[in-house]
Structures are given as C-alpha cells and as structure tokens.
Write a protein that binds this ligand. Structure first.
Ligand code: URP
Ligand code: ZN
Ligand code: ZN
Ligand code: ZN
Length: 480
C-alpha cells in the first residue's frame, strides 16, 4: 500500500474551505498541512497533483438498490457495475437496501445481500434492512442485526401494496424496537392503499400510458404518509428518515414535525430537483424511462425542494439508484403503466448534478454540497468520522474535482449498465477526475483503476438519542 501526498488542492468539508496538502498512510488520512513536502519525501509518498482542483471527501450515497429483484425483473446494475459507476461519479460509499421476505429469517436475507456484494464491490458499502412484518422471530433477531451486523437503519415501505407494503402497526412496532436498539427507521412515504385504488380505477378507464403513473400517485398522499410517519415517530420517540421526498406537501410535514422537536430527517434525489412530470408524458412509451415512485412532480416543486435543502428542512441527497433497461425491462409495462419497473439510473450522476445545479448555479454553498452529498449521510447512518469528511484518522476516500470543466451527461459516456440516461443531454459543470478509496485509486484521471471485490462491508454504529448525529465509534472500522 503506497502512501500518497495530495498536494496543492483546496480541501472542502461541510465546515471549511482551505488550501492544504494531505498525507495518506495505510489508507488513512495521516496529516493535513499547508505544505507537507518534507513529510511526503521522508515517507516516499506518491504525489497526486491537485493544484487548481477541489479536494472533497468521497460521496456517501445512502440509498441504492443493486442486484435487486423488483417488478418481475432484476435491476440492471449489480454491485460490480453499480459501485464502479458510483466511483466514476465521485461516490466512495453506498448503503444498499437488503430486501427481506415474510416468514424467512432476517439473517438469511442479509447473507444473500452479502453474497451479492462480496467479490464485486469496488468501494465500501453497508446495508439497510427492510422490515415487512413484526413478530416474535423478527423481534428476537433485531438485536443481532443492529449490534453484530452493524445494520443500524430499518426500512418500512408504506406503499407497493401486496409487494413490500407494511401496515401502520408494523411501522409503529418497528419504530419502538428500533428506538430501543439505537436504529433509525426509514420510510418510503406514500399511501399505498389509496394508490392501489387509483391505479385500478385508471386501468378500468383504459388509462394505460406512463403519465398515469404520476396521476395515480398525487403529491397529497405523499404528504399524508409523510405526516403519518412523522406522527408515529413522535409517539414512539423514534428517529425517522424519509427517503426520496418529492413535493411541497411532504416537505411541509417534515418541517412542521422538526419544529415540534420530532427527530425526523429528509432526503431528496437529483431526479426530483431537475426533472418534472412532463417527462412521463413524452410520446410513444418514452415516459417509462422516468417512472419513479414517488413520481416526478410539477415543476413548481423543484424550487420548494431546493429551498428546503438550503434552509435545512431536507438534509441529504440519495440517488435511489434502481436501474432497468428501457429495452427488455421498462417495456414490461407496455399497455399497463402499473407494470413498468419503478426506478432509474442515478448512482453515477448524483454527486455531479448536485454540484452543477446546486453550487455552480448558486442555490447552495460548496460546504452545504459536501454536507448533503457526504457528511450528513455518514453522520446519520453511523459512519462518521470514518466516512464523510476529510480529517486526520478518517478513511482516505477522496475526490479530486475539477470545478470548471464542462461536460454533457449521456448514456453514450456513462458507466452504468443500462441503455439510457434520464439526464441525457444535461450540461454539467464540474468533473470528478480521480477518486481514492482508502488511499487507493479507484478512478485515476477519468479511467477505472480499481479492482472488483476491494470494497469492504461497513458495520455501522447505532445513534445516541441526544446527539442528532451518530457518535464517534472507534470500532466502526471493524470489518466483516
Ligand atoms: O421508483 C423507485 N423509487 N424505485 C426504487 C424503489 C424505491 O421505492 O425506492
Ligand atoms: Zn497499496
Ligand atoms: Zn421508495
Ligand atoms: Zn429506493
């Protein structure tokens, strides 16, 4: 393992922007200083020229679905192609959703997810665990899930009726159990029962086109489910994280709950900040490319989301990467929008879209960018300070970023294993040039330099009730 000297760059953290060098030893940031040439020479460290560049902590993507069966098919990206694309985009940690099956031990599902990732991931990864039912067996397994597996976030779906959806009793009991264990509860907040009715009504009326995906999932029922989850979290005294917030109604519920002191956090995604529901109405079956749940909204919601990020009402950006090819997968829903696999490819472009649309366009600051794309995510999910920042003792997960380079997003040039890019043609300012994972190049001058299977599983820490942030955990570097 070679030591590295990152010289001449501008370091950006969630708190500060300053000119300094970094010295990396054994995959860890060993020293930060204005000029580390003497130390680097003594160490025989390899120089990495960062003059004129920004030096960011690697992105932490808190929301991915790799190698996941869904909608009668399996996502196009697995842990090899997905994490490689993530690295190209400046992300060095992903937290993926481990699905579970009712009646099956949680441990079996977790073992399945370990098999999917190991030998493939090129960056470090952790898991969230889906909870679909609460019974004595599940309750008996949860302490080991949190304490031994280091899975400290439990996901409950309030939508996808007859597939993943859990009822409110299950959600509430998950919150009570999670609170006792220091685990956070995540929700997909939409009213699945109402959506189920609206879908059946639309199909009976002969409305089969992709646009009806949006029309059968109105924003008011995302707001309703978000408020319901926040109320239940308040009652349980639990910590809640609402994934993929898309609309004003949901933002308002989160902001109100936070103002009451409820421990609730909100994530949005690049697609909801930049695309709108007119994409779903594109001619032919083109709209299928833009089928996410919750759906893309009217354009006016984008400004609400940006303002919520800027003001801290929403705190994180996830990709919700869940890729399906247009040819052969999305077309399962030809003639019936409800059969279009839900999700899209975003893992590679999350970091750059937030930089370009957020920082370069003056909507958020450089430090807010780092907070949303890395630091807050690491803190909320029990990975800080091992991940999510540039500090002495942290893993040397580093992005050397050219803030002025311009490029165009396209399926022709992306690295995701999927035949379209939802952001096709979008002009982007800023390029992740080189990316290090624990001090080793994964991307070097825009070329892949990593190795399949070098990504490590991350056991994450429980949270402490008072902190609002996950605690420092020296044992966080324990790998399994
Ligand atoms: O449409 C989406 N978001 N697909 C991925 C699964 C989920 O609901 O997050
Ligand atoms: Zn080495
Ligand atoms: Zn979801
Ligand atoms: Zn998702």
């Amino acid at each position: 393992m070679t030591s590295k000297w990152i010289k001449g760059g501008t370091i950006v953290t969630a708190a500060d922007t300053y000119r300094a060098d970094l010295l990396i030893k054994e995959g860890i940031i060993a020293k930060i200083g204005i000029d580390l040439s003497a130390e680097a020479e003594a160490e025989g460290a390899e120089a990495v020229d960062a003059a004129g560049k920004l030096v960011f902590p690697g992105g932490v993507d808190p929301h991915t679905h790799l190698d996941m069966p869904f909608g009668g098919t399996v996502t196009a990206d697995d842990f090899a192609t997905g994490t490689r694309a993530a690295a190209f985009g400046g992300t060095t940690t992903v937290i993926d959703f481990c699905l579970t099956t009712k009646g099956k031990p949680l441990a079996e599902s977790i073992a399945t997810w370990h098999r999917k990732a190991s030998g493939k991931a090129v960056i470090d990864y952790g898991f969230h665990l889906m909870i679909g039912e609460i019974n004595d067996e599940v309750l008996a397994e949860l302490p080991a899930v949190v304490n031994d597996e280091g899975i400290t976030s439990l996901k409950v779906f309030m939508a996808y009726k007859n597939v993943f959806q859990a009822d409110d009793g299950t959600l509430f009991r998950t919150m009570l159990a999670a609170k006792d264990l220091g685990a956070m509860v995540m929700v997909h907040a939409e009213n699945g029962d109402v959506i189920d009715f609206l879908i059946r009504q639309a199909l009976e009326a002969g409305h089969t086109d992709p646009i009806y995906h949006a029309r059968t999932r109105p924003s008011i029922i995302e707001g309703e489910a978000t408020g319901r989850a926040a109320n239940l979290a308040e009652l349980a005294g639990a910590r809640l994280y609402v994934v993929h917030v898309t609309c004003e109604e949901a933002v308002r519920q989160i902001a109100e709950a936070r103002s009451r002191g409820v421990d609730v956090w909100g994530e949005t995604c690049p697609q909801y900040l930049t695309l709108d529901e007119t994409y779903l109405a594109r001619p032919g079956f083109e709209g299928a490319k833009y089928v996410w749940s919750p759906p893309l909204r009217e354009q006016r919601h984008q400004e609400v989301l940006w303002n919520a990020l800027k003001s801290g009402q929403l705190q994180t950006i996830g990709s919700d990467h869940c890729s399906f090819n247009y040819d052969g997968q999305k077309d399962l829903g030809l003639g019936d929008f409800s059969k279009i696999p839900n999700g899209g490819p975003v893992i590679e472009d999350r970091f750059s879209i937030l930089y370009s649309e957020g920082v370069a366009k003056g909507r958020i600051t450089l430090n807010q960018f780092v907070e949303m794309v890395a630091t807050r995510n690491a803190k909320l999910f029990g990975l800080f300070p091992q991940k999510g920042t540039i500090a002495v003792g942290s893993d040397a997960d580093i992005v050397i970023f050219d803030p002025s380079a311009e490029r165009t997003l396209s399926a022709q040039s992306h690295h995701m294993n999927v035949d379209y890019n939802p952001f096709e043609g979008m002009s982007i300012t800023g390029v992740p040039l080189s990316v290090l994972s624990r001090g080793e190049y994964v991307i070097r001058d825009r070329q892949f330099a990593g190795e399949l299977g070098t990504g490590r599983y991350l056991k994450r820490s429980p949270y402490t009730a008072s902190s609002g942030e996950a605690p420092d955990r020296t044992a966080a570097s324990a790998k399994s």
